[in-house]
Design a protein around this ligand. Structure first.
Ligand code: 6GU
Length: 271
């Protein structure tokens, strides 16, 4: 997978040379290139932002600099306006006011050949930039990574990239570790808790059933724990489950936790 990132702080992405991401690049599985947006400016100050039209605090990133940069990286001929060449990258803008980036998005994007990330700074980027490239036929996405505000898109891009690239075939040493994770698949639940040896540490024992060697019992214990933790921490994920996909033991567990499971989706009974 080829990944281009545009930022006014391209050095930020040097961390991509570390850890599993670095190994994936060394293996040729990933090719990450960070570009400096200021390389596409023409003025002596290399300015990339301007005051917001309509007034307000902060600065907004100018469309002209971005378009020169993106036309080039998208392979658009100059002057732009040509349709997206086939095989054009998916263009992704981090934006705190956009829909949430989820595991589903990460999975979908892990199959792409080429991603192009545009990191905004200041109060954001001119809204016409994503509109324009969408109109040119480019697959443009805008995502937020959570309900909090960051200074710029760089951190958000590194979060999205890690979530996406670890799902690429050949990236992980043990692909099974992906299958059982939280947020994967339709019936997404938070993962059960994990323990390693020793069986008793500082007077705290691991749950007996995990030492029983009975795989059926272990699976059930973990599933019940996942259901209970999810009901407590993320009841929205329980409410999104399909009741038809729940087995008898799942229903019993959820009912004991105060959920009604006879409709399409579970519903929490009033306390
Ligand atoms: Cl994608 N960008 C910024 N600046 N802040 C954020 C975010 C993105 N997602 C959550 N907060």
């Amino acid at each position: 997978m080829k990944i281009d990132i545009v930022s006014v702080f391209p050095e930020y992405f040097e961390v991509m040379n570390l850890s599993l991401m670095g190994k994936a690049q060394a293996k040729g599985l990933l090719e990450i290139k960070a570009h400096n947006l200021r390389d596409w400016t023409h003025d002596v100050h290399h300015s990339v932002d301007d005051t917001p039209v309509g007034g307000g605090a902060g600065m907004v990133m100018k469309p002209e600099v971005w378009s020169e940069c993106l036309d080039e990286l998208l392979g658009f001929s100059q002057p732009s306006g040509s349709p997206a060449p086939s095989g054009a990258p998916v263009l992704i803008f981090p934006n705190p006011s956009a829909p949430l980036f989820t595991q589903r998005d990460a999975t979908e994007l892990s199959h792409a050949d080429h991603l192009l990330f545009g990191c905004g700074r200041y109060e954001g980027y001119d809204a016409r930039i994503p509109d324009y490239y969408r109109a040119q036929g480019v697959d443009v996405r805008e995502y937020s990574i959570g309900d909090y505000v960051l200074n710029g898109g760089e951190v958000a891009v590194s979060v999205m990239l890690e979530a996406i690239t670890r799902l690429m075939p050949g990236f992980m040493g043990n692909p099974d570790s992906i299958v059982e994770e939280s947020y994967t698949g339709e019936g997404a639940l938070l993962e059960h808790r994990q323990y390693t040896k020793p069986a008793v540490w500082r007077g705290i024992a691991v749950p007996d059933v995990l030492l029983s060697g009975d795989h059926g019992k272990v699976d059930r214990f973990r599933r019940d724990e996942a259901l209970a933790r999810t009901a407590e921490i993320r009841p929205d994920l329980i409410a999104a489950l399909d009741c038809k996909a729940l087995d008898k033991a799942d229903r019993k567990t959820l009912m004991a936790l105060g959920w009604e499971v006879s409709a399409t989706h579970p519903r929490r009974l009033a306390d």
